[in-house]
Design a protein around this ligand. Structure first.
Ligand code: HEM
Length: 287
């Protein structure tokens, strides 16, 4: 028999690295989806799990993983995220000791790193909560709106202008789906590589309103195949936002550094951590 002392399993950094490695492996294996990667939708899951935070009441945020339950799973903003939650189920089965709330945020950190982004130091400590902790609908941003809405939503989470712009730079990744948000298309030609392309295109391309029956969105004049949301365009309409767009368009290092800091902050909003010690995960190609 096993002579080790009985008690709750206390995972080490090496155990979390094993979870990271399993997510990275699954990302590499499951390429028959969208542009070839589940990475972007994993980033979106981590963001929507965290972005419900309200600093006044301390409610919402990644602690709880309440998007497992209706009504939160059915909120319009979360359409399509079942794909990401289901993608992580085999990982949860393999490592049953990790909470969904830790797993979803770790999945987002892993996706950013595996898609070529900055390292996202991450720490565990989230606990899953039940349906009663679901947040009300309307806490996540509405892409049809303008800069006032962006400031309302993101200052409720505790972010300033610079942080808001950096965060939205994640739209270098992935695409919009008509059967999820109603919007359509990718923001750039390499939607599975984390870059500052979102800002470069926003600053340098000419964007015109797309002619179609769907919701108002914008398309690049040069190729007519890329897209920007109304909220993306607000980042160059507003002077306070635009200076950061132009800075990130020119300075990829600054974007990577500032994105990392603010994404770490996003994933930790409202979480009562017991440790200050973050894990810097080893990316799969750095071995
Ligand atoms: C996708 C809106 C901020 C990461 C999308 C989509 C919309 C949207 C409408 C398309 C969903 C679909 O049809 O599949 C917004 C708005 C934001 C915002 C209005 C703020 C004003 C952010 C932030 C992040 C993020 C802060 C992460 C830090 C992503 C990613 C995708 C995405 C990675 C691609 C998902 C995929 O390919 O399936 N966003 N977003 N977004 N968003 Fe945002």
């Amino acid at each position: 028999g096993d002579s080790s002392p009985k008690g709750p399993f206390v995972p080490t950094k090496a155990d979390y690295q094993k979870v990271y490695d399993a997510v990275a492996r699954r990302l590499a294996d499951e390429t028959d989806y969208d542009d070839g990667s589940y990475g972007p939708v994993l980033v979106r899951l981590a963001w929507h799990a965290s972005g419900t935070y309200d600093k006044e009441t301390g409610t919402g945020g990644s602690n709880g993983a309440t998007m497992r339950f209706a009504p939160e799973s059915d909120h319009g903003a979360n359409a399509g995220l079942k794909t990401a939650r289901d993608f992580l189920e085999p990982i949860k089965a393999q490592f049953p000791w990790i909470t969904y709330s830790d797993l979803w945020t770790l999945g987002g950190a892993c996706a950013i790193q595996e898609l070529g982004g900055p390292s996202i130091p991450w720490r565990p400590g989230r606990e899953d909560r039940d349906v009663a902790a679901c947040t009300p609908d309307g806490r996540l941003p509405d892409a049809a709106k303008d800069q006032r809405h962006i400031r309302d939503i993101f200052s409720r989470m505790g972010f300033d202008d610079r942080e808001m712009v950096a965060l939205i730079g994640a739209h270098a990744l992935g695409r919009c789906h008509t059967d999820r948000s109603g919007f359509d298309g990718p923001w750039n030609f390499s939607p599975t590589v984390f870059t500052n392309e979102f800002f470069r295109l926003l600053a340098e391309e000419k964007w015109v309103q797309k002619k179609w029956n769907g919701p108002t969105q914008f398309t690049d004049k040069t190729t007519g195949t890329l897209m920007m949301l109304p909220t993306d365009m607000a980042l160059v309409k507003d002077k306070g936002f635009k200076k950061h767009v132009e800075r990130y368009a020119k300075d990829s290092d600054a974007f990577f550094k500032e994105f990392s800091d603010v994404f770490v902050k996003l994933l930790e909003l409202g979480v009562p951590f017991k440790t200050d010690d973050r894990i810097v995960f080893k990316t799969s190609d750095s071995e």
